[in-house]
Design a protein around this ligand. Structure first.
Ligand SMILES: Nc1nc2c(ncn2[C@@H]2O[C@H](COP(=O)(O)OP(=O)(O)OP(=O)(O)O)[C@@H](O)[C@H]2O)c(=O)[nH]1
Length: 859
């Protein structure tokens, strides 16, 4: 081929040309084409061969390597080999060429040789083209197989990831550390293959490049085998065997790769960064968060460092920070809180078509001795009253009675206390309140309280005017007096049903039951009996023989023995259900009161009860609630009680437009004046709602009503008695004391507009009772006292109380113990006290001692 000019672009083709050429070496390029449209230009040095004599030709033949073209170092070996076949046809022509002249025979021979060479060349070209086509097909097939494997593996990875995340979310809802562990594992499973993927990602371009430069050493073994195959157009037995081997190796390696990917829980799936929905609890460690995002913890630490925060992987961060990090890294966040554990436990929505009518639940309220128990007893035709100590209702019970085939559930509560306690715990069990008013006694303070309780709960009232058998009975007086408290009975043109009854004579009891059923019809009470039960604890106690016994009112669904229930902080498996007659039941439907046995501890009245799917969930919820209760207790002890400011903050957050207050004043007149002044305070957005107002000291019942209505207590010139003070401390209800109406109104106004000036927080220090009053010349009146509670301090603020009503507020002039001026006197000790600029002190008056501190308003 040394005499050829290789400028033809055909693969492996070197076209021989006849004719005389200038002697000497000649350089040129050969364009080589490969499969997939790739080509390569190779520099070939050509050498003009001289026509020589036979003896010269022999010399030529003795040196076969000489005609080999000089190929650039980078040129593939294939290029070097391919032209080797071409010189053959030219040999005869060269052989006959002597002295530069050719005979006709020689010319013929040369022409024939030329023809043969052409034919051979075309055959070879065809074979090479076919081989190239076959290789291209094989490549395409392999490529398709690989793509298919990758797609399957990616789907598998996506599925596993979705499962892992779903699992993490479910576990997260149930709280606890387990979640983190599971999520961590899942995240790890996802994470590892991501790295594998990225390794694969790097390998691919490399492979491509290697193919392009076939002489590079980095090329993997398999493609090299392919190249060898391509180098030759011939298909030999050996090569065919090698090919098969190559193919089977390729398939099995593919299978291995798939298998590996499956084991690893993923594959060489999508190569872009995967954006995840990251579940973020209230607190999370940096490491955990990184794993949930499938990111490296060190990257998270780096990111936080850029934000100016130094963190370690083990550090715990709050949900806000975690959200910031996750969003910064391009993930979306799903916030969950510990309380999510209770999701779906209560207030599950029922479909309208599943709802069925249920009996009404009735509570009887009223003033002491107006005949509540007698009435209930008369209705039940069972003698409960005689069994009670002193005839006073001692227990809370719940019973069901039947009238014309319709059932009515009665809850017998001692006054309104249990009623409000239940409301305070969120249990809204009562559908109808029966207000018992004795016809001979008419409306009394507890009657008014009962009205306010019912109103605050939004429960309709039915007035039962009792004891009409008594000669002094005056039903119309009762009706008129009720008008003053905004209870408009039917006979006075209102909507409240009223029934005259006699509990002892059993007069008109049917009328009362009919009124209840009528009211219940108006209320259209419904519940779905075909679902896990929900209810409220009406009463609970620890019974020596039976363990924890809770009287439960089923409110929705059906409660069955064997069910696993959570009631308040307690849980248990229902061992037995007993109805009000003492009979064992298998199940209890909506509005059915039953005694429930089997709880792990004793819940509180008003605790809500729900059936859960398994013990684990019951335990988890109960653990969570117990922890919460402990934390609440600690918070209360730390003094973080509810206040007017907090109330307002809450109101603003929840966009509440009502500002509930309970007002207690020294006289009815001041209470009314305060209500009048406060009514003017409101605007379009927020209004004062007085849940109850009255004269006299603040009692426990006021605290429970305030707690149930989420109201603050405004005390005007009155104090709370000991029980009330304890109760308010316990449940965190704020009592604000005032002695000037304008201060009171200003404070409420400020709280409502959210512009509270610094709060003057008053801390109670102690009480002292005046035993004797001495009149000392020059000094004035001095009170000989005994400290009954806490201590008394000189310089502290003092109030003079007479029957729990504030008479005077001021400062102490002297505090003496046995003639000596002292700074403080402890409980149980006696001392002498005198007020600054105030002398109207009497025996039995009480001196309240307090300190005042200014607390900056924090909303
Ligand atoms: N004459 C008459 N006396 C009645 C009637 N109803 C109740 N009494 C009497 O009134 C007293 C008080 O009755 P209770 O049923 O204990 O009253 P209560 O409201 O349940 O009282 P507490 O449990 O203390 O809240 C009892 O002596 C009853 O006999 C009635 O309709 N007529």
């Amino acid at each position: 081929m040394s005499d050829d000019k290789n400028d033809d672009k055909t693969t492996l083709k070197v076209r021989p040309k006849l004719g005389l050429r200038p002697s000497g070496n000649q350089a040129g390029t050969v364009r080589q084409n490969f499969s997939h449209g790739r080509s390569k230009a190779v520099v070939v040095e050509t050498k003009k061969r001289k026509f020589t004599r036979p003896e010269d030709r022999q010399a030529d033949a003795a040196a076969p390597a000489a005609p080999e073209p000089k190929v650039e170092a980078k040129a593939p070996p294939q290029q070097r080999q391919a032209p080797a076949a071409a010189p053959q046809p030219r040999r005869p022509a060269v052989a006959k060429g002597g002295g530069g002249r050719l005979s006709s025979a020689e010319m013929e021979a040369r022409a024939r040789a030329l023809e043969e060479a052409k034919a051979r060349e075309s055959v070879e070209r065809e074979a090479a083209a076919q081989e190239a086509k076959r290789l291209a097909e094989e490549d395409a097939k392999r490529e398709a197989e690989r793509a298919e494997a990758e797609r399957k593996a990616a789907e598998e990875a996506a599925r596993l990831q979705a499962e892992a995340e779903a699992k993490a979310v479910v576990e997260e809802k149930r709280g606890g550390k387990r979640v983190d562990d599971v999520a961590r594992k899942e995240a790890k499973a996802i994470d590892a293959p991501v790295e594998e993927r990225s390794a694969g990602r790097q390998a691919t371009p490399q492979r491509k490049e290697t193919k392009a430069r076939e002489n590079e050493a980095a090329r993997p073994a398999k493609p090299r085998a392919d190249d060898n195959r391509r180098r030759s157009g011939k298909l030999t037995l050996n090569r065919a065997l090698n090919d098969d081997e190559g193919r089977s190796r390729s398939l099995s390696s593919m299978r291995r790769r798939q298998e590996k990917a499956r084991r690893g829980g993923q594959s060489s799936g999508p190569r872009e960064k995967v954006m995840r929905e990251v579940t973020v609890p209230e607190t999370i460690s940096v490491q955990d968060l990184a794993q949930r995002m499938a990111e490296r913890a060190v990257d998270v630490v780096k990111l936080m460092m850029q934000q100016g925060q130094m963190l370690k992987p083990g550090d715990i961060i709050d949900a806000d920070t975690a959200e910031l990090i996750a969003t910064e890294m391009g993930h979306t966040v799903k916030r969950v809180s510990e309380s999510d554990i209770e999701l779906g436990l209560h207030d599950v929505e029922d479909r309208e078509e599943d709802m069925q009518s249920r009996p009404p639940v009735v509570t009887i309220m009223g003033h002491v001795d107006h005949g509540k128990t007698s009435l209930l007893d008369a209705i039940r035709e069972a003698n409960v009253v005689s069994g009670e100590a002193g005839g006073i209702t001692q227990h809370i019970g719940a019973y069901q009675v039947e009238k014309d085939g319709q059932k009515i559930t009665f809850i017998d509560t001692p006054g309104h206390a249990a009623f409000t306690a239940m409301r305070a715990r969120g249990a809204e069990v009562t559908d109808i309140a029966i207000l018992v008013v004795a016809a001979d006694d008419s409306v009394m303070p507890q009657t008014i309280e009962s009205i306010n309780h019912a109103k605050a709960a939004g429960v309709p009232i039915i007035v039962a005017i009792n004891k009409i058998d008594k000669p002094a009975a005056d039903a119309s007086k009762v009706r008129t007096e009720l008008l003053q408290h905004e209870v408009f009975v039917e006979s006075m043109g209102g909507e409240v049903l009223d029934v005259e009854v006699s509990a002892t004579k059993k007069t008109n009891l049917d009328g009362l039951l009919e009124a209840i059923l009528l009211q219940s019809e108006l209320l259209d009470l419904k519940a779905n009996p075909d679902r896990p039960a929900e209810g409220s604890v009406v009463e609970a106690q620890l019974d020596k023989g039976r363990g924890s016994v809770a009287t439960v009112l089923v409110q929705a669904g059906t409660l069955r023995t064997g069910d696993i229930v959570v009631a308040g902080n307690e849980w248990g498996r229902v061992r037995a259900l007993v109805d009000s007659t003492g009979e064992q039941l298998k199940e209890a439907g909506p509005s059915m009161p039953v005694e429930l046995l089997g709880l792990s501890g004793t819940p509180q009245a008003g605790d809500r009860l729900a059936v859960v799917e398994n013990e684990a969930r019951a335990r988890e919820i109960s653990d969570y609630r117990q922890r919460l209760a402990r934390e609440k207790q600690v918070a209360r002890q730390a003094g973080s009680r509810g206040s007017l400011e907090q109330m307002m903050a809450q109101a603003q957050a929840n966009q509440i437009t009502e500002f509930p207050l309970l007002i207690k004043a020294d006289v009815q007149g001041s209470a009314e004046a305060i209500i009048g002044a406060l009514e003017k305070v409101g605007n379009d957005e927020v209004q004062v709602r007085v849940v109850h107002a009255g004269a006299g000291a603040i009692t426990e019942s006021d605290i429970s009503l305030a707690e149930a209505s989420n109201a603050a207590i405004i005390a005007f010139n009155v104090r709370a008695n000991k029980q009330a003070r304890d109760a308010s401390e316990q449940n965190g209800t704020e009592i604000r004391y005032y002695n000037i109406i304008y201060d009171l109104v200003d404070d409420v106004k400020a709280a409502m507009s959210g512009l509270l000036s610094p709060e003057m927080r008053e801390t109670f220090i102690g009480y002292a009772e005046i035993l004797e009053v001495f009149n000392i010349t020059k000094v004035g009146k001095v009170a000989g006292c005994r400290v009954t509670e806490g201590r008394v301090e000189r310089g502290a603020g003092v109030r003079l109380l007479r029957d729990n009503v504030v008479i005077h507020t001021g400062k102490l002039k002297t505090l003496k113990r046995f003639k000596d001026e002292v700074s403080e006197v402890q409980s149980g000790q006696e001392c002498g006290m005198a007020f600054e600029n105030y002398e109207d002190i009497r025996e039995k008056d009480v001196i309240e001692c307090f300190t005042v501190e200014e607390v900056a308003r924090s909303l």
